[in-house]
Each structure stands twice: as C-alpha cells, then as structure tokens.
Design a protein around this ligand. Sequence first.
Ligand SMILES: *Cc1c(COP(=O)(O)O)cnc(C)c1O
Length: 393
Amino acid sequence: MSNDDSCPSFHPETLAIRGGRETSEYREHSQSLHLTSSFTFESAAQAAAMFLGEIEGYTYSRFTNPTVSAFQQRLAMMEGAERAIATASGMAAIQATMLTLLKSGDHIVSSQSLFGSTINLFNGVLAKFGVEVSYVDAAKLEEWQAAVKPNTKLFFLETPSNPLTDLADIAAVADIAHAAGALLVVDNCFCSPALQQPLQLGADLVVHSATKYLDGHGRVMGGAVVGSDKLVEQVYLHVRTAGPTLAPFNAWVLLSGLETLHLRMEKHVASAQALAEWLQQQPAVSRVFFPGLPSHPQYELACRQQKGGGAVVSFEVEGGREAAWRVVDAVQMISRTANVGDVKSTITHPASTTHARITPEARAKAGITEGLLRVAVGLEHIEDIKADLLRGL
Ligand SMILES: *Cc1c(COP(=O)(O)O)cnc(C)c1O
C-alpha cells in the first residue's frame, strides 16, 4: 500500500494497519521513525525549488516529516477524507482550525456540552480576538437554527456529549450549517473513526485529540484536523507557520495505536454495553446514561450514526456527592483520573472535577448532578470492572 494510493477498496481495519505506511531505502517492515528537525538538499537549485513549493519534498519538520505524514495519511483514510494535518495536541487542532477559519467579527454556534479547555478557548481566547460564540443544546435542532446570525461562519459540536452522552444528529446539523453558509466542525474524540465518520455524514472538518482512543494507551499527546484538501491546506499553512506541529516520535507511537484501534474499540464498546446494562440492575443506581441502551432518548439516532454506544458510561447514584465520592474512593483497580481513551478503566465525579469550575446553576442546567459518576470503560475483564465498582455501590 504505497504512500499516494488511497486504497478505497480496503476495509477500515486494513487501512488502520497498512494505510499511509512509508518505508525507507532499507525496506523495514515496521514504520520508520524520522527523528530530525531538518532535511538536506542535493543542490542549491533543489533547495530553492522546495522552498518555493515547486517540487515536493521534506525541508523542515515544522512543515512536514515522513513519520508525521504517514500518520496523517492513515488517519485521513480512516475518516474517509482527502487529507489530515497532525498537531501537537487535540487543543492545538481546535485552536489551529479556529484561527484558520475565523476572523474578528465572526460568530460561531457550538454545542454547550464541550470539553472544558474547548470552552476556555472559545470564551477566553477567541473572545479576545472578537469572535462571538452562542451555545446550544446539541440535541435540539431548532436551537441550532435559531442561533444563526448573519455573521455565523462555523458550527462546532461534540457527539456524544461528555458526561451525559447526549447525541447531536450530525447530518441534520450539517444541513442547517450549510443552509446558513457555515462550516460544520465535529470533535470526533469520543467515538474515533472506528465508530463514527462525521465527514461521511456531511461535516466539513473533524478534529481529534489523538491523545485519547487513537493512541489508546495514554502514552503521548497529539491531535489532528481531517477533511477536504482545500480546507486542510488552509489549516496546514497555519500550522507550518504558527508551529503547533506533532512531534515525529508521537506520530510514530500514534501509528501503532491506530493499528489496534478497531480491535480496541470493539472491546471497549462491548464492555461498556455490558457495564451499562449491569448498572441498570443495581439498586444503588438511579439512572444510567449510555447511547447503547434502548432507554437512551436518542437510541435510534445512536444506532444510525454510531457503530455501538461508545466506551463512556455515566450513572447517577442515590445519595448525592457523599454516595458518589464513596464509589470513587472505594475502587482499587479502576484509575481515579478524569482521562478517557485508555486501555485502563477510569472513574471521575464530574461535578467536582471536570465540571467544577462552572457555576452550580450552569451545572444543574446541564444535568450534571452531585450523584453523577463517569466511567471510561477500559479493556480489563468486565467482571473485574463490575466487582471494583460494587465495592462502593
Ligand atoms: C481531551 C479532549 C480534547 C483535547 O485534547 P488534548 O489532546 O488534551 O489537547 C478535546 N476534545 C475532547 C472531547 C477531549 O476529550
């Protein structure tokens, strides 16, 4: 599978292993790691032509690097996209996208339930440069429509939402965005391309925190922006100038992460499904939030839009913060950390961690109660995960 062959006939599982693979003159079987900041030229004329972009080639690793471009090509194939540009982190991907596509005076419409740093980026950084944001309930299509203004340039959403797993109908929101002359950007971090391909549903760009399921082992930071050649070229020009570039070593780690993505997601989803069903039976649990349960209000949309319910299960225990903290403190195996997307299961109490800095009123409005817990289900044996949670239930 050569570098410039997009291999449309291969299944996603195969693309995740063989897509974008590059080998050097030594024909090594594993992905080679090119740890170099710059590349040499055969002549002054070649250097000049490469710097002008007249001929393709590697000049400097802030622009491109063979290991990073292998990661970019593989991820683009997996999202069914023309192109991807890798970044140093998920936040770098979101920032690069926003700084590329927006200017002072523009307006964006965003789902209100977002990763905390994304909210800080929108309200703190973008606001400073005169970009205005309206937040909507992602599940309510009429709110997306009503928020449109003459200067709306971009829609942004995460689906499923964290921690309550509300879904946005990507195809329907894309239609509203396009009718308004705006682009739709989807943060696909929670599902990964193994479960959901937003570009196939009409989104214009996908952003990733590769730190999560793409790596899958909690080893490195990384991010990516994926989409059409035309849009990604613009983001690329920003990244090569501004410098939030992915390190070659991290790209090399992420390439091996991608190789097992489908296998891992299959197991994450199966265990999350089993855990959600089991939690529903526990007397101490009053509610379970998981898109794979028929009791989820958007179960039908989940079946249509995602391959499986995802790997994050949230649930409410009777007895508020005290009861919830008891569960967090009782676990002996599951990691007490707010991260997701790891082979190791994690547990967090959103009201006092990830969502602690928003006002109690905003928390209540978002449905994040004191009894709510979030588990990102890892790849340990499901019976060990259940037994560990049972200690505090
Ligand atoms: C973690 C995360 C990010 C940010 O990614 P980093 O790699 O930590 O910068 C963005 N969106 C979602 C949904 C995330 O979970």
